[in-house]
Design a protein around this ligand. Structure first.
Ligand SMILES: C[S@@+](CC[C@H](N)C(=O)[O-])C[C@H]1O[C@@H](n2cnc3c(N)ncnc32)[C@H](O)[C@@H]1O
Length: 196
């Protein structure tokens, strides 16, 4: 998509953070890449990643709720058979992922849209997981984190993510964020690239 189309769709969108993240996934991912979706939820991010890295890529997608896995599998349909699904917490990262192999790690935090709004990601396990996953990125690989501050606990989690990412060594990681300046409770997108 050309920049002018992207800008229009971002400003007009109900969920601009998702638009921006998905545009970046489209630019960044190639067939054969390895992706870890740390919160598959309804499967939207997993579906996009799968469509960009298959047939010879690898997509690992986990969630702490069985309901989320079922919704994701339904959304992906036949593609679902190609995904390595796991029920579990991203705190431990329930896969054997060799270091320096991931092209993309996706953390879309908060609660399952359409599900139980009180079941949310937690700042402690999120930070634990983020610190592990950074070792899994290959050089040039990207970590995408979307935070939601409007639900209880969400603001603290967002601040913890922001503080953690801001502390990363700048020669090693590039860290940028996308947020609305005049909508303080709108979701924020953080993108981290392993530079070297
Ligand atoms: C905003 S949703 C994810 C949306 C999803 N990426 C999509 O495209 O539809 C957040 C998800 O995080 C999950 N979650 C909460 N804590 C988790 C944890 N510790 N490990 C893995 N998933 C978790 C929730 O169950 C929920 O499904």
């Amino acid at each position: 998509m050309a920049l002018k189309d992207s800008l229009k769709s971002v400003f007009d969108s109900f969920s601009p953070h998702i638009k921006v993240a998905h545009e970046i996934f489209r630019e960044h991912l190639n067939p054969g890449d390895h992706v870890f979706d740390a919160t598959c939820g309804n499967g939207n991010d997993t579906l996009l990643a799968a469509s960009l890295v298959f047939p010879n890529g690898k997509v690992m997608a986990c969630d702490l709720q069985e309901e989320a896995l079922q919704k994701s599998k339904t959304l992906l349909g036949p593609l679902s058979q190609l995904i390595d699904w796991r029920l579990g917490s991203h705190a431990e990262i329930p896969y054997e992922i060799p270091n320096r192999t991931l092209a993309l790690a996706i953390y879309n935090l908060g609660y399952l849209p359409g599900g139980n709004k009180t079941f949310t990601t937690q700042k402690e396990s999120t930070i634990e997981s983020l610190s592990i996953v950074l070792e899994k990125l290959k050089v040039g690989g990207i970590l995408s984190v979307t935070t939601y501050s409007a639900h209880p606990g969400g603001e603290k989690e967002e601040r913890a993510v922001e503080t953690f990412l801001a502390s990363l060594e700048r020669k090693k990681f590039g860290v940028i964020s996308f947020s609305w300046s005049n909508r303080p409770t709108a979701p924020k997108l953080f993108l981290v690239k392993l530079l070297a």
